[in-house]
Design a protein around this ligand. Structure first.
Ligand code: NCD
Ligand code: ZN
Length: 345
């Protein structure tokens, strides 16, 4: 049987939520990832160093005994963020600020209304080596939802990179050939995270034969040519600029299977297994370790994880529903089906 041993991966984009939900989802990530970059879009969002430290303590409390998992904390950028906050964050070990354009996605009401007013804050991030994580979609109601990432590149990403050329930017959960190209053509201070869903699924998988609410996430799935471009990006000559970030974003089933279903796919239960499928199908399994375990750590200035994990090419069933606190369940990506690889725990 085919096996693959790689350095333990990191998840550079993860939603853990809080309270009972946190306790329900954290063990899935902690059993396979060495570290994860924790998204700050709680209700209310994580905006101060004190918020982030308190949230980190709750995450540590929710970890299974003897876990070596390490959460990497981030702050939610708002119109009120200051250069001084960037210095405080750096001193406290916070790795990044996350930009949510106001209204772009789940819990983004506190998001930034005009990024160009925050240039002194971005300049301080560049100076301190604090990363700038970007949800790269415009929220202009005139712009078609499938074009929001491409328009963001022209309206925001390019001007920001011009004004703060040494800012370390992660273009999060990229979904288009346009974003992949921007990252490849930019300097080594620009990288991107890529989710399993955007590498495995296209918008037909979301909409043909009926709406699949559990495949609805933001940025929304795109057409097949974009999915192919992403697979080429993570396996091609510039693959060092791309790394694993699941954007695993749990929501209760009742809020997904809903007349106004919310955005987010939960992939943490079988994250590395799904990525292994992508690289295997592309004939590029030898590139999985760099994507999952090296490129992200290098970009964040962290050492590679000391442990390793082993994957076996053997189908693994994915649970149809997972308890999610308060009598709720969540439906994972591939729920009730299989993934082609199994992690040997
Ligand atoms: C995320 C969530 O639910 O927190 N949803 C999603 O569709 N990805 C928010 C986000 O990262 O956009
Ligand atoms: Zn996210």
């Amino acid at each position: 049987m085919q096996t693959l041993t790689i350095i333990q991966p990191d998840d550079m984009h993860l939603h853990l939520r809080d309270g009972e939900a946190l306790k329900a989802v954290l063990p899935f990530t902690a059993r396979q990832m060495g570290r994860a970059v924790i998204m700050p879009n709680l209700k209310p969002p994580v905006v101060s160093v004190a918020d982030a430290m308190a949230y980190k303590a709750r995450i540590m409390d929710a970890l299974p005994p003897n876990s070596t998992f390490e959460p990497l904390m981030t702050l939610y950028l708002t119109d009120k963020s200051t250069p001084e906050l960037v210095r405080e964050a750096k001193a406290a070990g916070i790795v990044a600020f996350k930009l949510y354009p106001a209204g772009a996605t789940t819990n983004s009401d506190s998001g930034v209304t005009d990024l160009f007013k925050l240039m002194p804050v971005l300049q301080e991030m560049a100076k301190q080596g604090v990363l700038f994580l970007v949800h790269g979609e415009v929220t202009d109601p005139e712009v078609d939802i499938f074009d929001r990432e491409a328009v963001f590149i022209e309206r925001v990403m390019k001007p920001v990179l011009q004004q703060v050329p040494d800012l370390k930017v992660v273009f999060e959960h990229i979904t288009t050939a346009d974003a992949a190209r921007l990252v490849m053509e930019a300097g080594d201070n620009v990288a991107a995270s890529v989710t399993p869903q955007h590498l495995l699924l296209n918008r037909n998988d979301l909409l043909v034969g009926g709406v699949r609410p559990h495949r609805y996430c933001l940025p929304v799935l795109k057409r097949e040519s974009h999915r192919k471009a992403l697979v080429e990006a993570v396996t091609g000559d510039n693959a060092h600029k791309f790394f694993l970030g699941t954007d695993s974003a749990p929501h209760a089933r009742s809020l997904k299977e809903n007349a106004c279903g919310c955005a987010g796919m939960f992939s943490a239960a079988t994250a590395i297994e799904l990525y292994a499928e992508v690289f295997d199908k592309a004939g590029a399994l030898d590139k999985l370790e760099a994507f999952a375990s090296k490129n992200g750590a290098r970009f964040y200035g962290l050492p590679e994880n000391p442990r390793s994990i082993t994957l076996i090419k053997q189908p693994c069933p994915v649970e149809a529903a997972i308890p999610f606190g308060d009598g709720e369940v969540l439906v994972p990506m591939r729920g009730g089906e299989q993934v082609a690889w199994t992690v040997q725990y």
